[in-house]
Design a protein around this ligand. Structure first.
Ligand code: GDP
Length: 221
């Protein structure tokens, strides 16, 4: 199937986000989880830069994607969160509520390596909140080799609550042997209490299923 993908812009705030009402799918995950590689593998071209420069990490990258004759949509590639801090307790009201989204994003804690400045975390939280106020469909990417990290579990809480519809995808599945895959799958599904789709940007495994998942999320999102 023919796929067209183009980088639209890096967004710092609400005014940079698309206004034409097309469906949106947000991608969320830790730094280095393989988000850029997965975007490139999905659209079969290098639109996303892997190992992005540190200065760009607080921006959301917007891509316009069209696959076959299906209506185009936007991939909203959110900055990766870090791994240094333990999450605070999630709190706050319900979905669609500005305070709720902000509180959950903060609860993911995070977001920056131990030496990161407070301002960069505030910027991260700001862009994520702006995107999730739009209640996009969302995919949380987690590394198949590290099921159940506290930062990923916290991220799932706010993604799940704030997104129109959301799912979990396990990246880098090619790095696991058969037995390890089964174990990781069980653990992931038990931690996130939902089915988790294993994919590999390297071998292409799971990408057809990921397209099917994206189509489903867009419709219900
Ligand atoms: P991002 O920070 O989430 O955008 O992560 P990148 O896409 O830059 O990937 C981080 C590292 O993981 C890079 O060295 C990639 O080559 C590697 N990587 C990403 N996806 C895969 C995958 O599916 N399989 C393997 N083996 N490595 C991957």
């Amino acid at each position: 199937m023919n796929i067209e993908a183009a980088f639209v812009r890096s967004a710092v705030g609400a005014s940079d986000l698309p206004r034409d009402g097309l469906a949106e799918v947000a991608l969320v995950g830790r730094s280095n989880v393989g988000k850029s590689s997965l975007i490139n593998a999905l659209v079969r071209q290098r639109v996303a830069r892997t190992s992005a420069a540190p200065g760009k990490t607080r921006l959301a990258n917007v891509y316009r994607v069209r696959r076959g004759s299906i209506a185009p949509f936007y991939l909203l590639d959110l900055p990766g969160y870090g791994y240094a801090r333990a999450p605070r307790q999630a709190r706050g009201p319900q979905r669609g509520n500005r305070v709720g989204v902000q509180a959950r994003v903060e609860a993911a804690g995070a977001l920056s390596p131990a030496d990161a400045r407070r301002s960069s975390q505030a910027e991260f939280e700001a862009i994520v909140s702006v995107v999730f106020e739009r209640a996009p469909a969302a995919l949380l990417l987690v590394d198949a080799r590290h099921p159940g990290l506290a930062s990923d579990r916290a991220a799932w809480q706010w993604v799940h609550a704030a997104a129109g519809d959301a799912a979990v995808v396990a990246t880098k599945i090619d790095k696991l042997g058969r037995g390890e895959r089964i174990r990781a799958s069980r653990e992931l599904e038990s931690v996130f209490e939902t089915s988790v789709l294993p994919v590999s940007a390297v071998t292409g495994e799971g990408l057809d299923q990921l397209w099917t998942l994206i189509d489903r999320l867009k419709k219900s999102g």
